[in-house]
Design a protein around this ligand. Structure first.
Ligand code: NI
Length: 189
């Protein structure tokens, strides 16, 4: 049976590249999170999941996104969410608060088709080197601590969002003189 989605999108206003707030270093939060943050986090998850359902994406003229950081809403808190489609129509949801990276693989990969970002609305091209695997510790929205290992595409998404917490955009990591530098060194996924 097909999953039912709301008729309207959650109220998520994403700021764009030119907005200087994207360059802020976000700050750790304390628990318990206020109800408005819990709601916002759930809205962000719903928004991302809906953006990945082709009919909904088209209906609302959205761009599909896998991750979204608080700073993309203009709020400098160390919180991001990721929605990962494991198989068609089946989504894993990650709420990541105050994350700390425990370890990263030496092996580096890059997304063959290039990374994207809901705050960057222009064509981009080039290689963004990322660790193939990583281990981190974080909290969920209720203050529950957990440890997580991620790999491949999901690991890239985590690194992309971790960068947002420090005011870094994926385009910063592309060599402007030679956008495809490293093509023969890193593994494409
Ligand atoms: Ni982004």
């Amino acid at each position: 049976m097909k999953k039912k989605y709301p008729d309207t999108l959650p109220d998520i206003q994403i700021i764009e590249e030119k907005d200087k707030r994207l360059r802020l270093k976000s700050k750790d939060v304390t628990f318990p999170l206020p109800d408005e943050d819990i709601k916002r986090i759930h809205d962000m998850l719903d928004y991302l999941e809906m953006s990945q359902v082709p009919e909904i994406c088209e209906k609302f003229n959205m761009r599909a996104g896998m991750g979204l950081a608080y700073i993309q809403l203009g709020i400098a808190k160390r919180i991001f969410v990721i929605v990962y489609e494991v198989e068609e129509g089946v989504f894993e949801r990650y709420v990541v608060v105050n994350p700390k990276v425990k370890s990263t693989s030496e092996e580096m990969v890059y997304i063959e088709e290039g990374e994207g970002c809901l705050s960057i609305n222009r064509p981009t091209t080039g290689i963004v080197p990322r660790h193939a695997r990583m281990k981190l510790i974080a909290y969920d929205e209720y203050g529950e601590q957990y440890e997580l290992r991620v790999r491949e595409e999901l690991a890239v998404a985590f690194q992309h969002e971790l960068d947002h917490l420090d005011g870094i955009l994926f385009t910063d990591k592309i060599d402007s003189k030679n956008p495809f530098k490293g093509k023969d060194i890193y593994r494409s996924i």
